[in-house]
Design a binder for this molecule. Structure first.
Ligand code: ADP
Ligand code: MG
Length: 275
């Protein structure tokens, strides 16, 4: 059964979508672990589904899909009770020949009306969870890219998730703004999704040469470690933007880039999360 990981922070521009793309790609290139060891079977890679829950559709764009060309998006599944419109096998054949590639449920601006429609929808809370139900055995990881808001689209994403990951920009102001997020998480885990686990915080856009970032990272580690794991920081580099301009994950854009190592480590830590 898939681990369903929601990447959420109500602030925009903190690196959520970038992480979903990078971590998703990395996991898709990993062979399944059997009793701690990587499978030796040909083609036995993790199966990954990315779900774009943001009407701004950055993830869809980052994956090289044109949002407006999509007749069906996640909207059709959560509000029209249609089957999940899964687009498949992006990047397959690039890098590792026999990996499964990545599957995606796209979004576009049409999803924006879902915020209001969900308000009056029957069994609102479970709309995404129920949409994922029929396919969750087919994947090892489902990564949900949440919108930058505390609204209904985020709420139903957290109800559907098994684990929450919170990217936090390594800047003091960004870190201080994280508090309202806990209220939403508390609301979800109080009732509709009691088993939601906070898998951890991911400091992003970290510049180790900058003493402000260094101090902020120390504060994040000190104050948030009692709540959940604080993962190693993802370095600040404009190469992420350069790679996404080409619709590529960093590994296919520059396979020697130093930022690949912390992403790889993060992906491996996510592999060993307990359900
Ligand atoms: P969010 O989904 O939280 O809004 P994005 O992943 O879209 O954030 O990132 C916002 C912008 O910051 C994008 O232009 C992206 O390329 C850039 N970015 C993301 N991660 C990093 C990083 N580690 N270092 C530098 N720029 C980054
Ligand atoms: Mg985003």
């Amino acid at each position: 059964m898939a681990k369903i990981l929601a990447f959420f922070n109500h602030a925009g521009g903190v690196g959520k979508t970038t992480l979903v793309q990078q971590v998703g790609y990395h996991l898709s290139q990993c062979k399944r672990r059997v009793k701690g060891k990587r499978s030796r079977k040909k083609g036995d890679y993790y199966r990954i589904l990315l779900v774009d829950m943001d009407p701004q559709a950055s993830l869809t764009t980052f994956m090289g899909i044109e949002p407006y060309d999509q007749e069906k998006t996640i909207y059709n599944a959560i509000l029209k009770d249609e089957e999940l419109p899964i687009l498949n096998a992006l990047y397959a054949g690039q890098g590792m020949e026999d990996s499964n590639g990545l599957d995606l449920v796209a979004s576009n601006l049409g999803l924006a009306i879902a915020e209001q429609e969900l308000m009056t929808a029957v069994m609102k809370d479970f709309r995404l969870r129920d949409s994922l139900e029929p396919i969750k055995e087919e994947y090892d990881f489902i990564l949900i890219d949440c919108p930058p808001s505390l609204g209904n689209l985020t709420y139903i994403s957290l109800v559907a998730a098994t684990h929450l990951l919170v990217p936090i920009q390594s800047q003091y102001k960004a870190f201080k703004g994280v508090q309202p997020l806990f209220d939403t998480v508390r609301l979800v885990s109080a009732r509709p999704n009691k088993s939601l686990k906070i898998a951890g915080f991911i400091p992003t856009m970290y510049d180790q040469r900058n003493s402000h970032d260094e101090r902020t990272l120390a504060a994040i580690q000190q104050q948030l470690t009692p709540v959940a794991k604080v993962f190693s920081p993802i370095p600040r580099t404009t190469t992420f933007a350069d790679a996404s301009e080409e619709n590529l994950p960093l590994a296919l854009f520059d396979n020697k880039h130093p930022a690949l190592e912390p992403i790889k480590v993060l992906a491996e830590q996510l592999e060993s999360l307990a359900l």
